[in-house]
Ligand binder design. Structure first.
Ligand code: ATP
Ligand code: MG
Length: 604
């Protein structure tokens, strides 16, 4: 657990002051608890048995027994009240620091997650990440609060009591503490086992959360294929293995506390036996035996509390590992040292001998060479899976190529700060991804400082205006999760408007019109043509209407550029890939998207 604290040291730093004051109060409260049995000793030894009394700092010689009793009671009440006050201040200061610190960790975790590359996110399940941000953080919080309010005071109490006991009678103390070693052995063994079990449980819970998220996200498919029973069964299978791991941890914990009680009880029996003998033989006063017994009772209490803490901290440590896994992972797309913010780019794009592989040894892009002048419109065509989306992902550095370089205005993109690079590229992704917010906000998302008129203008250009006018709430219409309340084509148009608002010198449109009817498509292509003026644009398209206007057409197949040139030039190549692609469209139903490789091949 100390390791965990060290790991999160930087998060603790801002609360050092509060924590120090809190720790001081807690220690004060422990010291007062330590003093609490002493008035009892005075009552037993001096009031009841009439022994002469000696109290440090206070002169009580000559007090009657009744006065001594009053004094002892007053002292006792004062100790209790003061102790409570310190306890309150200490607990509040330390626990609130813990809660705040954990909130900071949660924010840092979220910030870090967002900045991880798409490659990282492709290998993680969203639900699992969510469970790290939510429940794992919660467990770390439990652990911190417990360790502040249980560990510190109880360790202080333990140390204090043992010291006082040693001062009173060291040999007796040794006997009383004989149970210590077996107790610690027990704690050690159980802590490891509980930690193992809860680590497993957390992993499985993360998987369960991921699974739930995926099924609910695709509930339309589940219902369409009537796979509810199948999903229920899958869920309950995963849920029961999670349950198993959690039960294991609970079982260990349940067994652990009684074991501690047994050991503590044995200790008390020994002390009672030996202590009574000593009182009988006059080696020890009855009052001191009572002090001893009361310490021992409260000595075992902190031990038990600490053993409870074992459980919470074992769970917390397992969770902290899961959080650290994310915090410690370096994002694989990073600024090179010395990267600078670029001024507004002109949009000259060059790729030199670029190779990219998602999985090592299996490149999906080979030897990509490319030179695009500022302001050119490049159409990218090719069968499904040819690598088109991957290719355009290299420009904003969603991925870095394993070989070769990507240059913007003559600079390696890695020497431009990521923020600055991405601020100059507007993207319409293949899947229009929208947020649960108003239509207006979804468009304005493209640029933080966008003005209202920019947003409305973009909406008009992207033909969003057409369908928004029919909505009762207009641009304030709320979209629901992922824009669920709109049709595919409507989502796509909002996604285009969002890119327009960005006003970037480089535009990437990944099949911007795939969900539109031919009429809307024609209108949008006209609108886009105006937009593309003066900007470098990459348009992935399957349709003739977009491709024919491009300054350059790149034909991808199997991760390579197999043909390139203007539309007219490519049409001249007899039996060429491009030509057969368009022939198929013109010969068959015009403007049919080529969606499968097999179909395309058949056209050759
Ligand atoms: N995250 C990923 N991890 C591993 N492989 C991937 C990943 N994304 C894409 N691929 C693979 O890379 C290849 C190129 O994919 P890409 O998405 O670039 O194709 P595309 O040309 O855009 O196809 P489409 O026209 O269907 O959109 C495909 O074989 C695909 O299976
Ligand atoms: Mg694609």
């Amino acid at each position: 657990m100390l390791e965990t604290l060290r790991r999160f040291r930087s998060f603790l730093a801002p609360y050092r002051g509060r924590l120090a004051v809190g720790a001081f109060c807690t220690l004060g409260s422990s010291a007062l608890t330590l003093l609490q049995p002493w008035p009892l000793k005075v009552i037993v030894d001096n009031v009841l048995r009439g022994k002469p009394i000696h109290v440090p700092f206070v002169s009580v010689t000559g007090w009657s027994r009744a006065e001594l009793l009053d004094g002892a009671i007053v002292a006792f009440v004062a100790l209790v009240l003061l102790g409570a006050l310190f306890d309150y201040a200490g607990t509040y200061l330390m626990d609130s620091s813990g809660v705040r610190m954990v909130a900071d960790v949660r924010e840092a975790l979220f910030a870090h997650l967002q900045r991880h590359s798409l490659r990282f996110h492709a290998t993680q399940r969203t639900g699992d990440l969510i469970s790290r941000v939510m429940s794992d953080i919660g467990r770390i919080q439990d652990m911190l609060i417990q360790s502040f309010s249980v560990l510190i005071p109880n360790v202080a109490l333990l140390v204090g009591m043992m010291t006082v006991m040693f001062l009173i009678d060291w040999s007796f103390t040794l006997i009383a503490l004989a149970v210590g070693p077996p107790l610690f052995l027990l704690i050690f063994v159980y802590k490891r086992r509980i930690k193992g079990a809860s680590r497993r449980a957390r992993q499985l819970e993360g998987r369960l959360a991921a699974h739930t998220g995926e099924v609910l996200g695709a509930v339309r498919v589940v219902q369409a294929f009537t796979r509810e029973d199948f999903e229920e069964e899958r869920f309950s299978r995963q849920s029961s293995s999670t349950l198993g791991a959690n039960l294991e941890a609970t079982r260990l914990q349940a067994r652990f506390s009684p074991l501690v009680d047994i050991i503590a009880g044995l200790g008390t029996a020994i002390v009672l036996f030996v202590g009574t003998h000593r009182v009988l033989s006059g080696q020890l006063s009855l009052g001191l035996l009572l002090v001893f017994l009361s310490y021992l009772g409260s000595l075992y209490k902190p031990m038990r509390q600490l053993s409870k803490l074992t459980y919470v901290s074992a769970k917390g440590v397992a969770s902290a590992e899961r959080v650290s896994e994310i915090l410690d992972a370096e994002p694989d797309v990073q600024d090179l040292p010395g990267a600078v913010a670029a001024p507004r780019l002109r949009g000259h794009v060059r790729l030199e001998n670029v190779e990219y592989a998602y999985a090592p040894g299996r490149p999906v892009l080979h030897e990509i060479e490319l030179d695009v002048e500022p302001g050119q419109v490049v159409a990218v065509v090719g069968p499904s899976g040819a690598g088109k989306s991957t290719f355009v992902s290299l420009l904003p550095r969603f991925f870095d190529p394993q070989r070769g370089r990507v240059l913007l205005d003559g600079r390696d993109v890695r020497t431009i700060r990521l923020r600055s690079l991405r601020s100059q590229i507007a993207i319409v992704p293949q899947e229009p991804l929208l947020f649960d917010g108003s239509i207006f906000d979804n468009i304005a998302y493209g640029r933080a400082e966008a003005r209202e008129q920019d947003v409305l203008e973009a909406a008009r250009l992207a033909l969003v205006d057409d369908f928004v006018r029919a909505l009762p709430d207009g641009y304030d219409t709320m979209l629901g999760e992922r824009g669920a309340s709109l049709s595919g084509g409507e989502r796509q148009r909002i996604s285009i408007a969002r890119a327009i608002v960005r006003d970037a010198p480089v535009l990437v449109l990944d099949e911007p019109t795939s969900n539109l009817d031919p009429v809307s498509e024609r209108l949008l292509v006209d609108a886009l043509a105006r937009l593309l003026e003066g900007r470098t644009a990459f348009v992935i398209a399957h349709r003739m209407s977009t491709v024919a206007r491009a300054d350059q057409v790149l034909v991808f197949d199997g991760g390579r550029i197999v043909e390139r040139g203007k539309h007219d030039e490519l049409m001249q190549i007899p039996g060429g890939v491009y030509r057969s692609f368009l022939d198929l469209q013109l010969g068959g139903a015009a403007a049919t998207p080529i969606s499968s490789r097999r179909r395309w091949r058949a056209g050759r």
